[in-house]
Design a protein around this ligand. Structure first.
Ligand code: ZN
Length: 211
């Protein structure tokens, strides 16, 4: 892994770190964890940086990371501000989080969550494309996790997902791993979701050439 740790910003005296694997000219991908402290998604995001994952995940990741310009923020909310994921509103933009739009827009952005009251997996997607990455990812995750029903009606405003989308990110995704299940399982579902989403993105982008 060749990630460089950069201090992207600071909020109330606490640094926000971004791990960057810069690949000039390749599609930009942004991954964030830690929006809600109690969901513990920082660990899944960190495993994408340290490579602490299963060999099968790692093989997939190594392949992806040579083809993507990656920006990973494992702890997007270091001050544990409960309302952060409803605060990305156009009329009230945080200067502390301006680094996100300065770095973007991204081809793909994923914000990792876990629903601690749910044993199923679901996700949300906003996109400026008529092709869904979510649909493909769900189909693959379904092989090892139960899928929930909530993905179709996301109306929450001020989320990081909406912010990315508003700033021109092509596919913006929120994951909700099965947080009521064993922690390591929930982490694995989130890690796999990121890898599958990246892989699907590259596949969709290559598809026109092979037609
Ligand atoms: Zn959450």
């Amino acid at each position: 892994m060749k990630f460089k740790k950069e201090k992207a910003s600071e909020i109330n005296g606490k640094p926000i770190f971004m791990y960057v694997n810069r690949m000039e000219g390749y599609p930009k991908v942004f991954v964030s964890g830690g929006m809600h402290k109690y969901e513990n998604t920082k660990r899944s995001a960190m495993s994408l940086i340290t490579g602490k994952m299963s060999l099968c995940e790692l093989n997939l990741f190594n392949d992806l990371y040579n083809n993507l310009d990656l920006y990973i923020v494992p702890d997007i909310n270091p001050i544990n501000y409960a309302g952060l994921n409803r605060s990305f509103l156009p009329e009230k933009e945080f200067r502390e989080y301006k680094f996100i739009e300065d770095t973007g827009p991204f081809s793909l952005a994923l914000d990792l969550h876990a629903d601690v009251e749910d044993e199923t997996f679901y996700m949300y997607e906003r996109r400026h494309s008529n092709r869904s990455i979510m649909r493909h990812v769900m189909r693959r995750i379904k092989k090892f996790s139960d899928i929930g029903e909530k993905q179709n009606n996301h109306k929450n405003e001020g989320t990081l997902e909406e912010h990315h989308w508003r700033k021109g990110t092509t596919w913006s995704i929120t994951t909700e791993a099965p947080g009521k299940c064993e922690k390591s399982f929930s982490d694995m579902v989130n890690t796999m979701t990121v890898l599958y989403a990246m892989e699907t993105f590259l596949w969709i982008n290559k598809a026109p050439d092979s037609q």
